[in-house]
Design a protein around this ligand. Structure first.
Ligand SMILES: [Zn+2]
Length: 470
């Protein structure tokens, strides 16, 4: 069935407004049939648009971009930027004309007045959701989005991800089958209306505690009796969770796991899949730009962009566009957020666009996610290596032996790897890590392994990589 781009745009921009904001509230005991019906329409449309032709995708994006530019021109902050750049939002006739706008960064918007970035009055506005980061990894940032886009359109991108992996998602969605493991602010999450927040005392701060065993056993039972049971969590939380389950002598049987917040390499994904006996997908998103991409079911670390509402570019340090295949900074333009527009926003992550068609058959643009822009090892010859490659080396077959770890680059040719191990750790593991580092970096990098009881948190968070300070 062929659906013209302008019809898709009409559905995406208007249909979600049928659900009143009062029906989009976290904590309501009952989810309305209207909400579920509209959500289903979006999800089914996305199952169609994942095979959209490049020409139709551009038509759809242009239609939505015009709305986003119009919204931006109504804000104080963006209208000034348009003027400064000599950019006439009303004259845009193609996606490429967007490049006339300079790339912006977190620092640009953090210094702006929150209200000046918005088309609506923010304070006490029941129709919008405000999301934000605590700033443990840099600057704190807050972003606003209207509730229908947040809880319907963005939630549907998540549901498409589940359907791509064959999860029977429509079975009892109203009973909230998604369990968010140690997820802060679940009520502000796109899946908030379909999810439950589970605080399991599973983080590294409380790993030794037997105190809550009864409470945890009850939660495990609740998870296992939920059909289907979908687990959603940050990669590190899922890893801690496995160790907790082994300690407690319990097992759970999720139908599917969604991992977030971290590059998930093949080794760790396989470990999760073997332990839990289900598939693991990755979903990529941020506070400022929602529901960015889902992992291709056929490749690790390759993502399909949710291009129905996002334009992704890769740029160099000066903000100049880079060709397909070149690694650079991820820059995003959001086409669905008309409350607080996001145009050519540099997110702080690195990646590269991939060429050619995907084996899975989906036509949505593909990219490789490489990591946060500060999570790189710098070698003497100027080469930059994403730190997640090191996690792979350290963790190889040692997932259960390591309780916590931290990598610090202390010189251009030296790493200090702090490890808090459990009882099964041996001298061979230490030697194995050292040799693997030597081999992987062809002698340009050595490692010293330092065994510690506990790795101190930096701020509220535990950091797994500390880069070389210049
Ligand atoms: Zn694919």
């Amino acid at each position: 069935m062929f659906i013209p781009a302008f019809i898709i745009q009409r559905i995406l921009d208007n249909f979600k407004r049928l659900v009143p904001a009062s029906g989009l509230r976290y904590g309501s005991p009952k989810i309305s049939r209207l909400y579920l019906g509209v959500l289903k329409t979006y999800t089914e449309l996305f199952l169609h648009t994942q095979y959209i032709s490049p020409g139709d995708l551009e038509k759809l994006q242009l239609l939505r971009l015009k709305n986003a530019l119009y919204a931006a021109s109504k804000t104080k902050w963006w209208s000034k930027r348009f003027n400064d750049a000599g950019f006439d939002a009303e004259k845009v006739r193609s996606i490429s004309e967007l490049k006339a706008l300079p790339v912006i960064e977190k620092a640009d918007v953090v210094s702006a007045e929150f209200q000046d970035l918005s088309t609506e009055s923010i304070k006490g506005n029941q129709r919008i959701v405000i999301r934000g980061t605590s700033g443990t990894n840099g600057m704190p940032v807050r972003w606003a989005l209207d509730k229908p886009t947040h809880f319907i359109e963005c939630a549907a991108y998540h549901l498409r991800n589940l359907l791509v992996f064959g999860v029977p998602i429509w079975k009892d969605l109203a009973r909230k089958p998604i369990f968010m493991i140690n997820h802060y602010n679940v009520e502000f999450h796109h899946l908030g209306l379909l999810a439950r927040d589970i605080r399991l005392q599973i983080d590294h701060k409380s790993d030794n505690s037997k105190k809550f065993l009864g409470e945890r056993t009850r939660l495990y039972q609740e998870m296992n009796s939920s059909e289907p049971f979908i687990m959603f969590g940050a990669t590190t939380n899922l890893w801690y969770f496995i160790k907790k389950l082994i300690e407690d002598g319990c097992h759970i049987r999720p139908a599917h796991i969604i991992s977030t917040g971290y590059v998930l390499d093949k080794g760790l994904r396989t470990f999760f899949e073997e332990f839990f006996g289900c598939r693991v997908s990755s979903f990529y998103g941020s506070q400022e730009v929602p529901a960015i991409a889902f992992r291709c079911p056929q490749e690790d670390n390759v993502f399909h962009l949710n291009a129905e509402h996002l334009i992704l570019e890769i740029v160099d340090e000066e903000g100049q566009p880079l060709p397909i295949g070149k690694m650079g900074y991820i820059v995003l333009t959001c086409l669905s957020n008309l409350v607080m527009p996001v145009l050519r926003y540099r997110l702080g992550d690195m990646g590269r666009m991939l060429d050619g068609s995907c084996d899975c058959g989906r036509t949505l643009p593909r990219f490789e996610l490489i990591g946060r822009d500060y999570e790189f090892i710098r070698l003497k010859d100027g080469e930059k290596i994403p730190s997640y490659l090191l996690y792979t080396i350290i963790m190889q077959d040692r997932f259960l032996k390591i309780y916590q770890y931290q990598i610090r680059q202390v010189a251009e040719d030296m790493l200090h790897i702090y490890i808090s191990p459990n009882k099964t750790w041996s001298k061979e593991d230490e030697l194995g890590i050292k040799m693997s580092v030597q081999k992987a970096f062809r002698g340009k990098l050595s490692a010293k392994v330092i065994i510690v009881d506990k790795i101190p948190a930096i701020g509220r968070k535990h950091k797994s990589f500390v880069p070389l300070v210049e």
